[in-house]
Design a protein around this ligand. Structure first.
Ligand code: SF4
Ligand code: SF4
Length: 64
């Protein structure tokens, strides 16, 4: 089943813990300009590790 994470920009503090936790270094990217995280949906495996590690609970799983 296809799954990807959603990020609530208003909660994200740009700590980048999710990036260092994700098993694939190409899925999550930090945008310097906005200090926010973006997700490449086609690469995300839906493992949920980033959701579990986020200290601000800014990430959630989104089934599509
Ligand atoms: S772990 Fe959470 S707060 Fe930290 S950069 Fe990722 S989404 Fe933002
Ligand atoms: S759910 Fe897993 S594969 Fe997808 S962005 Fe989070 S840590 Fe990476």
């Amino acid at each position: 089943m296809y799954a990807a994470v959603k990020i609530a920009d208003d909660k994200c503090i740009g700590c980048k813990l999710c990036i260092s936790t994700c098993p694939d270094p190409n899925v999550l990217k930090f945008l310097k300009e906005s200090k926010k995280i973006i997700v490449s949906d086609d690469r995300c495996k839906g493992c949920g590790l980033c959701v579990a590690i986020c200290p601000k609970k800014a990430m959630s799983m989104a089934a599509a």
